[in-house]
Design a protein around this ligand. Structure first.
Ligand code: SAH
Length: 244
């Protein structure tokens, strides 16, 4: 793996995304990613392992949201990457928003343990954290329910499921940002009931394309308009078994 800080800077520069990172915060993404790929040799974290793939599918795909996120993520806020897996898009938020406290949440302990090591490699242990647990439980627990200002989620589940897992984590007025493929976007049409039950409103849906790829992709942003009824999220497993 030779994804050096220089290569990374060059790729972000070319994509016009360099200005979204404070000076000197971008290089740490290189050791984060390298450590993740090293651990990936023994533990299945990601299918993307070549430099170009990792750059496009993890780093640039995560960072493409920054122009939309910049006006939403204010200093002092707390954001959570729901179903972070190998640490994306969360790692890019950590680099781009040093004054935002980012939580990387995943239900699989092996993954969150690996991410602890990645955070350490990047020198980020002090200002980002990992949380092991199912989003259903984190969303039902009084200590964590409605305690984040923002949620990001990529490749986690059907949109209706992401809504039920993500919205309860947010304070009223918070935002949920979901990455979507063209196929996944179709499920947005079926999400009206879930949005009503969870007091969410789609405030933006934006198409984007990554360099060198032909697929259309989308960011869908949901604002939380009011408190989540106690019934949600339902018990672990129910949201995906029987989406709202
Ligand atoms: N966001 C990453 C990983 C996607 S894979 C990326 O885009 O590459 C989806 C991840 O979500 C898996 O790691 C899985 O363990 C986690 N996940 C799925 N359902 C979850 C739930 N209910 N609570 C917490 N994590 C969940």
């Amino acid at each position: 793996m030779s994804l050096t800080p220089e290569k990374l800077k060059e790729a972000f520069e070319k994509a016009g995304l360099r200005p979204y990172f404070p000076p000197d915060s971008l290089p740490a993404l290189a050791p984060f990613t390298s450590r993740m790929l090293q651990i990936n040799e023994g533990l299945n974290l990601t299918k993307w392992t070549k430099d170009e793939e990792v750059l496009t599918h993890h780093l640039l795909d995560s960072a493409w949201v920054l122009p939309l996120l910049k006006p939403l993520a204010a200093p002092g806020q707390r954001w959570v990457d729901l179903g972070t897996g190998c640490g994306f898009p969360g790692a890019v938020l950590i680099a781009a928003f040093p004054q935002v406290e980012v939580t990387l949440l995943d239900s699989i302990a092996k993954k969150t343990k690996a991410l602890e090591e990645c955070l350490q490699a990047a020198g980020w242990s002090g200002r980002a954290q990992v949380l092991t647990g199912r989003a259903e439980e984190v969303g039902r627990s009084s200590s964590t329910r409605e305690s984040w200002d923002g949620v990001v989620a990529r490749a986690v589940a059907d949109f209706r499921v992401v809504l039920e897992l993500g919205i309860p984590l947010l304070r009223t007025g918070g935002y949920l940002v979901n990455w979507m493929t063209e196929d996944q976007l179709k499920s947005v049409d079926k999400s009206q009931r879930a949005l009503e039950l969870l007091a969410g409103k789609i405030v933006k849906s934006e198409e984007y394309r990554l360099p060198g790829l032909h697929q259309r992709r989308y960011f869908v942003i949901v604002e939380k308009l009011g408190k989540t009824p106690q019934a949600y999220p339902r018990a672990a497993g129910k949201p995906s078994k029987n989406p709202l």
